[in-house]
Design a protein around this ligand. Structure first.
Ligand code: SF4
Ligand code: SF4
Length: 217
């Protein structure tokens, strides 16, 4: 884990631009720390510092090269131009997993919900934009061929930053393909035995507590 921002005053100074504002920072700071320290407006409730929530999506420009990433896991650099990206718009792919009663029709349902998934043009945009190094393109291909469990495993570390969705020229919404795969896999499989036992334990305790409450009335 990186040192707190206030501990880095002894580090070399760095100047960069965040959301159009010139910001002074120190080597070793993340972009989100630099933005907070400089009081860049509009950057609040962003930055768990652990790269697990996906809400601090940024676009960065170094000379003529443009890349994307997460501000909590990207370090400051001299002359870097950074723009915090707004929250992604709602997915156009609608379904209610509770309506899925029969695992035999998942494939038809998937292609009904994600008709674009079979049109992947293998441009690698999703892979190049993913800050978690997920093999997004492979995940989409597996899902499109009906291998939902394997596809879901590929997306295991996905933080739903949706940078892959923004990068996809076919509007496949790979992040949501991954979420679908994880949901259907969980929906049609028994939960882990320790989780089942714990939930049963809690259910029994709740029943006992309800019984005691009634006895006292
Ligand atoms: S798969 Fe997509 S949504 Fe998930 S972490 Fe990678 S870029 Fe973000
Ligand atoms: S960005 Fe879209 S079209 Fe390109 S490889 Fe990824 S899923 Fe396929």
């Amino acid at each position: 884990m990186s040192r707190p921002a206030h501990d880095r005053a002894d580090q070399p100074g760095i100047r960069l631009n965040i959301n159009g504002q010139s910001v002074d920072a120190h080597e070793g700071m993340t972009l989100v720390e630099a933005a907070w320290q400089a009081g860049v407006p509009g950057i609040t409730n962003v930055g768990c510092m652990e790269g697990v929530c996906g809400s601090c999506r940024v676009m960065m420009r170094r000379d003529r090269q443009v890349t994307v990433g997460l501000a909590c896991q990207t370090f400051v650099e001299n002359g870097l131009d950074v723009i915090f990206l707004p929250a992604a718009s709602a997915s156009r792919h609608f379904y209610d997993i509770a309506d899925f009663k029969d695992s035999w029709d998942i494939h038809a349902r998937f292609h009904g919900i994600f008709p674009e998934a079979s049109r992947c043009r293998h441009c690698h945009g999703c892979v190049q934009s993913c800050p978690k190094d997920i093999k997004v393109e492979d995940g989409v291909a597996l899902a499109a061929s009906g291998r939902y469990r394997e596809a879901g495993e590929i997306f295991f570390e996905c933080v739903m930053c949706e940078l892959c969705d923004v990068a996809c020229p076919e509007l496949i919404a790979p992040a949501h393909v991954g979420l679908f795969c994880r949901r259907v896999t969980a929906h049609f499989h028994l939960r882990p035995p320790n989780l089942i036992s714990r939930i049963e334990e809690l259910r029994k305790k709740r029943e006992e507590a309800d019984g005691n409450d009634k006895g006292e009335e």
